[in-house]
Design a binder for this molecule. Structure first.
Ligand code: ATP
Ligand code: MG
Length: 196
């Protein structure tokens, strides 16, 4: 079984994430895509705004009724920094018989060389890089050991980021239609990104 691993802060999850997962699934013939909200992401300059429970709940609401999308909470339960290599190791042990393809937007493709234990990760899993608005995706800039494991997939550019959504919400602006309505109503009901 071929599984797409969709890691992210999902603070909040939005249509860019969902379309990236769906585009990768279709292009690469994945059986399932697993959304894995990260606990403490290593390469971000600040921690998540919403807590792990709320970010997981938003992912559940976003993937509702999609039989081939799943959400996993294993990074949220782990203490310390979330490294993808540790998660892939854990998943490989927990779910034998699966191969994992790590789905990432162009911004993350470009920082792959900085990922913790990237050479070991590139031996255990492959990468699916999706195009992203405002980012160039140039596999030629990557070391061969990584580029050999990377498939680039074109996706319709969706110029949405969680940062922009948080900023709009904090400014009292509309965030409707940037993410599924069930996520939108959850954010509003709980005032998740209201100005503090
Ligand atoms: P933030 O602004 O907080 O960094 P984000 O929108 O970049 O949020 P992340 O949770 O950081 O979302 O991203 C998870 C994964 O989804 C990353 O691999 C990222 O590149 C990818 N991704 C996010 N938004 C898009 C988008 N609009 N198009 C393509 N890929 C995306
Ligand atoms: Mg990001």
């Amino acid at each position: 079984m071929k599984v797409g691993f969709m890691g992210g802060t999902f603070d909040p999850v939005h249509y860019g994430h969902l379309l990236a997962a769906e585009t990768a699934r279709e292009a690469c013939g994945l059986d399932e895509v697993w959304f894995v909200p990260s606990g403490h992401p290593p390469l971000k300059d600040h921690g998540p705004v919403a807590d792990g429970e709320a970010r997981l709940e938003m992912v559940y609401r976003a993937i509702d009724f999609q039989p081939y999308f799943r959400a996993m909470d294993l990074e949220l339960e782990r203490e310390g920094t979330s490294y993808t290599i540790d998660t892939i190791r854990a998943l490989t042990e927990l779910y034998p018989g699966r191969t994992f393809s790590i789905i990432i937007g162009a911004d993350r493709v470009n920082d792959l060389p900085q990922w913790h234990d990237i050479d070991a990760l590139a031996r255990m899993a492959s990468f699916i890089g999706v195009t992203r608005a405002g980012e160039t995706l140039d596999p030629d800039r990557l070391p061969a050991s990584i580029a050999d494991k990377l498939t680039v997939v074109e996706m319709p550019r969706i110029d949405i980021s969680s940062t922009a959504i948080r900023e709009r919400a904090a400014a009292g602006r509309s965030i409707r239609f940037l993410l599924p309505e069930k996520v939108h109503s959850f954010i509003r009901r709980n005032g998740l990104y209201d100005a503090r």
